[in-house]
Design a protein. Structure first.
Length: 149
């Protein structure tokens, strides 16, 4: 493993953010070429003094991490020329929802400003694209997975 000093600024930054947001725990874990090059842990599982210290056995709830990877995939497809722009309408890539998704761009999907919801197995419009914000995990993943596949 590389020396801690190589990643000191990253670990210090994560520690600073942990303190600023009042998180009880934080960690960084970096793998390069199949080798762990940085492993750093801070804090406890909750705010009580009896709580277990965060270590290599701690499981963090990472929740919506898939969206980060889908956004990365979109940026790679843009770089490769398979998607022209983040401002392309999703109907250009997903024919099945062309009518309901008119005006909705990839940017709207990535920022949860698309205005689409799923009700009773059907996609419906809740508000016009860009007018508001609503976290809708199912619709986001459905569209982006269709675009990427």
């Amino acid at each position: 493993m590389l020396e801690y000093n190589h990643f000191r600024s990253l670990n210090d930054y994560v520690s600073k953010i942990q303190t600023e947001i009042g998180a009880t725990a934080a960690a960084t874990y970096i793998i390069k070429d199949g080798q762990v090059v940085n492993e750093w842990y801070s804090g406890r599982h909750d705010s009580s003094k009896e709580s277990r210290i965060v270590d290599e056995h701690t499981q963090f709830n990472v929740g919506s991490i898939r969206k980060t990877y889908l956004a990365l995939a979109i940026s790679l497809l843009i770089e490769q020329g398979q998607i022209k722009s983040i401002d392309d309408e999703i109907a250009s890539y997903v024919e099945a929802y062309k009518d309901i998704s008119e005006g909705v761009t990839l940017r709207h999907l990535l920022t949860h400003t698309h205005g689409l919801i799923e009700e009773e197995g059907k996609i419906k419009r809740e508000f016009s694209p860009g007018e508001s914000w609503e976290y809708t995990n199912t619709v986001f993943l459905l569209f982006l997975q269709q675009i990427i596949l």
